[in-house]
Ligand binder design. Structure first.
Ligand code: SF4
Length: 312
């Protein structure tokens, strides 16, 4: 059984009095111990997808099964029973950490809310997790503003892990950090995954980071998954023109960065651009007449490799 199974998930929001589909029929699985990368430009719907899986946003329709339990239609109260199993690491930990609470309090609150009454056991878990994320127990009496950006992200990770989740959704966890700190945090996440048997959904706009970190990669464009493959296949034999454009912007050893014909980050398709045909057609260097009239479905193009393109 998959740890997470998402089927035909839709999430809409209202803009200028009309419903806009930010996530438009997305399906994928995450196995236990797996890191799945989710990559795409800003505005493609990847963060909305992550927040919907956590039920921080309500889906319009579709299924989210966590270890076989349907959570898409649970009330927020019903979701409380499952919240400890799926947690999130945010891009900006400072914005998500209450500035008036010490680190001890920040880590103690979720344990109390989830019913761990034994004070000594809570203390033990808190000390254990701050040590695991590379902070000294002395840090527990300090406040978030007394830490650097990298240390704050370590605190954000500790808070995500304090309830011992199975799945952690990491939403751009290193994009606000300096390059040298990024590597430290990625290494920390990799160590924690190994030591605590975690699974990750790792969301990023940066394909280089996702390629480094993920076992399998989902490429998202205009609210949909347009390609899904293991990281090796995606790197060496991408099948969707959008993935190829993203890869062109990634510097590789002996292959300096080539500027794509249109910068990959120039413009994400607005979810409203769907209409008929492929929603990538206005930027696609390979588009043919059929692309204007027929919307490609996500289909198998090789073993464990899916792509939504008529030419894949
Ligand atoms: Fe390009 Fe057509 Fe493929 Fe869409 S279906 S990605 S427009 S070739």
């Amino acid at each position: 059984m998959s740890l997470l199974s998402v089927e035909e998930l839709h999430t809409s929001y209202v803009s200028k009095h009309r419903a806009v589909a930010a996530v438009d029929g997305v399906s994928f699985d995450i196995q236990r111990g797996e890191t799945v990368g989710l990559v795409g430009e800003s505005g493609c719907g990847k963060s909305t997808l992550g927040k919907t899986i956590l039920r921080l946003l309500n889906p319009s329709s579709g299924s989210i099964r966590l270890a076989g339990t349907e959570i898409a239609d649970l009330s927020q109260r019903g979701m409380m029973r499952h919240r400890h199993r799926i947690q999130m690491v945010f891009q900006d930990p400072f914005a998500s950490l209450n500035p008036r609470q010490t680190i001890y309090r920040l880590l103690d609150t979720p344990l109390r809310v989830h019913g761990l009454r034994d004070r000594r056991e809570r203390q033990q878990r808190i000390t254990d997790i701050v040590t695991r994320v590379g902070l000294s127990p002395d840090a527990l009496r300090l406040y978030p503003h007394e830490f650097s950006g990298g240390q704050r992200q370590r605190i954000g990770i500790a808070r995500a892990l304090i309830l011992r989740p199975d799945l952690v959704v990491c939403d751009e966890p290193v994009s606000a950090l300096d390059l040298s700190i990024q590597a430290q945090i990625l290494n920390l996440l990799a160590d924690l995954k190994r030591d605590l048997s975690l699974s990750y959904l790792f969301i990023s706009h940066d394909l280089a980071v996702v390629q480094y970190f993920a076992d399998r990669v989902l490429v998202m464009f205009g609210g949909r998954i347009v390609e899904s493959a293991d990281h090796h296949a995606l790197w060496h034999t991408p099948r969707h023109p959008y993935t190829k454009i993203l890869l062109q912007a990634v510097p590789r050893a002996n292959h300096p960065r080539r500027e794509p014909a249109e910068p990959a980050t120039a413009r994400a398709a607005a979810p409203t651009e769907s209409g008929t045909g492929c929603r990538f057609r206005h930027r696609c260097p390979a588009a043919i007449a059929r692309c204007a009239t027929e919307d490609p479905t996500l289909r198998r193009v090789a073993a464990n490799h899916l792509a939504a393109c008529h030419l894949a």
